[in-house]
Design a protein around this ligand. Structure first.
Ligand code: KG4
Ligand code: ZN
Length: 376
């Protein structure tokens, strides 16, 4: 799909020999409608000139999860305004852009189409090149929005939609070491929190409840702990926690706190163990990067810091606004692609499923459906 016109002779050095590139990025693959303007300088430094986001939490709240049709309609009615806000905040005209980058997948396809169609319209109207960005590539490169992080690094992406470990070797070169075979980590937090009456989003609510709890009171499984690969599984843990909850007659605040703490400790153990396994097989990396909403959890952060320290690498945690879904990471990925002479045609289609590491995904396809489709 990527036009290979100049990519054969594009080299990584290309980024060091050119003028800055200013790119508008568009994101609408789940329930955030976002637009951002990023200027990528030679040597990889990025300035975020604008970063706008519109959430849809209220529209989905009555249903306890993201409803694809509602999401698509909300993106369609909001994105133009979010783009106008981003261009206003950046203080530039469309004519001053070097390109437009839109998420083309993976994700809820009705939503993905909104950013992609809008990107095509802007590209056509203003004579700009279009880059169709893989949302996961956006996440993979996002730590470079806030600091000059050298390749290769190990990325742990843990959110409501993704759970994977990826070696980011360079722009366009990703090696997936592991991913979830059932639920995403955030999904497990959200589902258990709902069962325990803790409200939505469940992760932060469950973490608050866990603060006063005893993590040793409930003995819960640690799926795939010690397994000779770096895949994850959370379904069995979530089910065991649900059964423990249902076995309590009249749950008290103490029961709630203890189960939340026990569940959180099990998730932290599993994530740290899978990450250790990945660090052991990744080869030399400059850092462990923890991104995604679940990486905000303090117990999980502590476990990851210990795993990173053992491996002798720093733990890098990008600011939350760039860890979770955003358009700045899409603009950055688009700018990196443009810098390499790549662009996409206006016939490019939205892709509900789009693994970053096609070879790894074909060898071990993720089976989880999840909020966003297959999490590979
Ligand atoms: O990255 P994110 O904002 O959105 C996507 O899923 O794309 O991640 C949201 C997920 C939710 O499942 C939420 O419950 C979880 O991250 N989360 C947490 C915490 N904060 C957010 N899970 C555990 N502990 C937290 N403190
Ligand atoms: Zn995402």
């Amino acid at each position: 799909m990527m036009q290979a016109a100049d990519s054969a002779n594009a080299t990584p050095a290309a980024t060091t020999e050119r003028a800055p590139l200013t790119v508008l990025g568009l994101e609408s693959s789940c329930d955030e409608t976002a637009a951002a303007v990023v200027r990528l300088h030679p040597h990889g430094r990025a300035d975020v000139l604008a970063d706008e986001i519109a959430r849809q939490d209220e529209a989905h709240a009555p249903y306890g999860g993201v409803v694809p049709e509602i999401a698509a309609r909300a993106h369609a009615s909001t994105l133009d305004r979010v783009v106008a806000r981003a261009m206003g905040a950046a203080g530039i005209d469309f004519g001053e852009l070097d390109g437009v980058a839109a998420t083309a997948g993976p994700g809820l396809v009705g939503g993905v189409m909104v950013a992609l169609m809008t990107g095509k319209a802007i590209a056509l109207a203003h004579g700009l090149p279009l880059v169709a960005v893989n949302h996961l590539e956006g996440h993979a490169l996002s730590p470079r929005l806030s600091q000059p992080l050298a390749f290769p690094y190990l990325l742990l992406l843990v959110s409501g939609g993704h759970t994977q470990l990826l070696v980011v070797e360079d722009v366009g070169r990703y090696r997936r070491l592991g991913s979830t075979i059932d639920d995403a980590a955030g999904e497990a937090f959200d589902k258990l929190a709902k069962i325990m009456g803790l409200g939505h989003p469940g992760g932060p609510a469950l973490e608050r409840a866990a603060a006063a709890g005893d993590p040793r009171r409930f003995v819960l499984p640690r799926p795939l702990l010690g397994a000779p690969h770096a895949d994850f599984s959370f379904a069995g843990l979530k089910t065991a926690a649900r059964r423990a909850w249902e076995a309590i007659d009249q749950p008290t605040d103490r029961d709630r706190a203890d189960l939340a703490a026990s569940f959180q400790a099990a998730v932290a153990d599993v994530i740290a163990d899978r990450t250790r396994r990945a660090l052991a097989s990744a080869g030399t990396v400059t850092a462990l990067v923890a991104a995604g909403g679940v990486a905000a959890n303090a117990a999980i952060r502590r476990a990851l810091a210990a795993a990173a320290a053992e491996a002798g690498v720093p733990l890098v945690a990008p600011p939350p606004k760039w860890c979770t879904d955003n358009a700045a990471m899409i603009a950055l990925a688009g700018a990196e692609r443009l810098a390499r002479g790549e662009r996409d045609g206006l016939a490019t289609a939205a892709r509900p499923r789009w693994p970053l590491d096609e070879a790894a995904a074909d060898a071990a396809p993720a089976v989880g459906g999840g909020r966003k489709g297959a999490k590979a």
